[in-house]
Design a protein around this ligand. Structure first.
Ligand code: UD1
Ligand code: CA
Length: 449
């Protein structure tokens, strides 16, 4: 059965107190909307429609990076969840199959849960609603059900005391045949406490039309929505807890997992060790056996097997480290390919560079890659030895097996096997220091008198 996703993302999210649409706020470096779409994507939907409203331009722009095939429909006035779903209708012209309604601000619904809803539909339920048993039901809509047979949903604002005592709550996720869904929505009115078109009304309408409605439940953690910055922080914490647990399960050693921050797409291989206080930005892959030492920050990079990174290293986007590379303390690497066994051990900046196998980049080496307008490339050959405190003024090439004297400013290419010295020649003046010191001390004594 073909599936269409309808993702509601028009709400203002005023409690976020933000100039940015709520669904663009990030958890683990991905917008809430991307998280919401991820579970849905596992159903291989034929169509995905995102209903936008507040901040629609920015949401549409972000969506292009998340799912190129998704289409957006604008809801000009936020008149309620049923009204929002109705906006998707023109985009489902000619579609025959199931529609699944998701919320853009609810990031953690699992694909297994959506699969269970689809299964309930296949078993014949006309409308399937995802519910959960809430520890603190608060203002959630309440599911009035008899076992898994759903009678109706009552919004908190409209509920009686007895209904408010129900702890089975509405997540907002709904599955139904698209034609049935829109036919039911056509009948929804706004005669309620909020004066809104409630999507939740479709359950009672379905039952009145002798259609069946069923509740599928999931753990409350999945239905966690984001309405405030505190919720966003709680969602981040929940994501991190799960991601850390998964990494440990997958064979990653973390001495202090609570201090390690992972991104939505971090890939850590088997037998990777991550020391305390390491931060992964987006786009990081670490291959098997590598060690990321304490206080390192990595983003947009690939770390080969058995590399050692840090402590206190910074790997920026475009960094590609081959097997067994060493990047030590206070070293920053950006847009650089570093071949097997090379060492960048101390206090260096290596940017827009290619470093050959087994090269040794001495302490304090800087690739001067930027002339104020353009970026230029530095190439360091295999087995090269870059002396401490070398400034490599790009574009420049240091040949295979070549050396640079420490403190050199290298502005010209260095042939294979050559030594480049680009610094002032040293002069020694015998006895000069002793005489100078004596003179200065005498001057000081005279001044004190
Ligand atoms: C809704 C449900 C409630 C459920 C709760 C779960 C209704 C009437 N109520 O309540 O039963 O327990 O979610 O979190 O459905 N949206 C639009 N356009 C609109 C209105 C809402 O796109 O006109 C979007 C919002 O951006 C949000 C989602 O729909 O992502 C839910 O809307 P919200 O106003 O937060 O609904 P609740 O009152 O929380
Ligand atoms: Ca809400």
């Amino acid at each position: 059965m073909p599936i269409a996703l309808i993702v509601l993302a028009a709400g203002q999210g005023s409690r976020m107190r933000s100039d940015m649409a709520k669904v663009l706020h990030r958890v683990a470096h991905a917008p809430l909307l991307a998280h919401a779409l991820r579970a849905g994507a596992s159903l291989a939907p034929e169509r995905t429609i995102v209903v936008t409203g507040h901040g629609a331009d920015a949401v549409e722009e972000a969506l292009a990076d998340i799912d190129r095939d998704a289409v957006t429909m604008r809801q000009s006035e936020q008149a309620g969840t049923a009204h929002a779903v109705a906006q998707a209708r023109p985009a489902l012209e000619g579609f025959e199959g199931d529609a699944i309604v998701l919320y853009g601000d609810t990031p953690f619904i699992r694909s297994e849960t959506l699969a269970a809803m689809v299964a309930a539909r296949r078993e014949g339920a006309n409308v399937v609603v995802l519910g959960f048993h809430a520890a603190e039901p608060g203002r959630y809509g309440r599911l009035v059900a008899d076992g898994d047979r759903l009678e109706r949903i009552v919004e908190w604002k409209d509920a009686t005391e007895a209904e408010r005592a129900i702890t089975l709550c509405n997540s907002g996720v709904v599955a139904a045949d698209a034609g049935t869904l829109f036919a039911l929505i056509d009948q929804v009115g706004r005669d309620n406490a909020a004066g809104e078109y409630y999507l939740t009304d479709i359950v009672a309408l379905a039952r009145a039309a002798r259609l069946s409605a069923r509740v599928v439940t999931c753990p409350e953690a999945e239905t966690m929505g984001v309405n405030t910055r505190a919720d966003l922080a709680a969602a981040e914490a929940a994501f991190q807890a799960r991601a850390r647990a998964r990494a440990l399960e997958d064979g990653v050693t973390m001495t202090a997992p609570d201090t390690v921050f992972l991104a939505h797409d971090t890939v850590l291989g088997r037998d990777v060790t991550v020391e305390p206080h390491v931060v992964f930005g987006p786009g990081v892959t670490v291959e098997t056996g590598a060690t990321i030492r304490a206080f390192s920050h990595l983003e947009g990079c690939h770390v080969g097997g058995d590399c050692t990174i840090g402590p206190y290293a910074r790997l920026r986007p475009g960094t590609e480290l081959d097997r067994g590379v060493k990047v030590g303390n206070f070293v920053e690497v950006k847009a650089a390919r570093v071949a097997e066994g090379a060492k960048l051990n101390h206090l260096s900046y290596v940017g827009d560079a290619v470093v050959g196998a087994r090269a040794n980049v001495g302490a304090g080496t800087i690739t001067c890659n930027y002339d104020g307008v353009f970026k230029h490339v530095t190439r360091i050959g295999a087995d090269a030895f870059i002396g401490s405190n070398t400034a490599l003024v790009a574009p420049v090439v240091v040949g295979n097996g070549a050396m640079t004297g420490s403190g050199s400013v290298v502005t010209q290419d260095v042939p294979d096997g050559a030594l480049a010295l680009g610094r002032a020649k040293q002069v020694n003046k015998d006895g000069f220091a002793t005489r100078l010191m004596a003179k200065l001390r005498t001057a000081k004594a005279r001044r004190a008198n």
